[in-house]
Write a protein that binds this ligand. Structure first.
Ligand code: ADP
Ligand code: MG
Length: 212
């Protein structure tokens, strides 16, 4: 099957150039199916197996609309574990490596609070973190989501399995209602359908069937 090139998308030239440099010559299936809706600002539920390129799907959506001159938290990506948050942040930094002065910060549990508090005082454009620690920073007023335009739930199925449902609701209630919400999952149990009904608006659903 021939795949589309990223250049068919409405994304800034700097991002396209970097994708070429990274060797991302064509879109993966989930990227080809979901990116047009993501870039159009729609809420999206994307279901595709591990390794299918979901990070760049929301990453390019975040980066395409980010205003680097505006030094506020514009995007929040929630992940189930610190390891996954670190992987997501690494991929975002790769995708954003030629965007000058962009600040991507990880905020996860299991690491000391002190340095995170210091980093938050300096500010960030994009936060990647685990729900419990994000709530901690929100409750203490160190993190504000007033300027948030994109909220991502990555590996949403695993976050529910790990019992983060109430935390997700709490975080979403503190985010502006005028926002884009993107939900990524490898599986689609009933609990995910319920979660998305509560937290997403008229979502576009994209499912990539298992390839053999
Ligand atoms: P998922 O979140 O679906 O499990 P990832 O976003 O972690 O998948 O992507 C898996 C790997 O594929 C990563 O190493 C990423 O750098 C790479 N990748 C993603 N999109 C592309 C692409 N369009 N072309 C080449 N490699 C890609
Ligand atoms: Mg992933």
């Amino acid at each position: 099957m021939t795949r589309q090139s990223f250049s068919t998308l409405n994304i800034p030239t700097a991002l396209l150039t970097n994708l070429t440099d990274l060797g991302y010559t064509e879109m993966t299936e989930i990227q080809a199916e979901a990116l047009p809706a993501v870039l159009a600002g729609k809420d999206v539920i994307a279901k595709a197996k591990t390794g299918s390129g979901k990070t760049a799907t929301f990453g390019l959506g975040i980066l395409a609309k980010l205003d680097v001159k505006y030094f506020r938290v514009q995007s929040l990506v929630l992940c189930p574990t610190r390891e996954l948050a670190d992987q997501v942040a690494a991929e975002l930094r790769k995708l954003a490596r030629n965007i000058h002065n962009i600040k991507i910060l990880t905020l996860c549990g299991g690491v000391p609070l002190g340095p995170q508090i210091g980093s938050l005082e300096h500010g960030a454009h994009i936060i990647v973190g685990t729900p419990g620690r994000i709530i901690d920073h929100l409750d203490k007023g160190r993190l504000k989501l007033d300027d948030l335009t994109t909220l991502v739930l990555d590996e949403a199925d695993r976050m529910l399995e790990m019992g983060f449902q109430a935390d997700l609701d709490t975080i979403m209630s503190k985010a502006p209602s005028q926002r884009q919400t993107l939900l990524f999952s490898a599986t689609y149990p009933a609990a995910i359908a319920k979660l998305s009904q509560r937290l997403l608006k008229d979502p576009v659903e994209v499912t990539i069937a298992h390839q053999h």
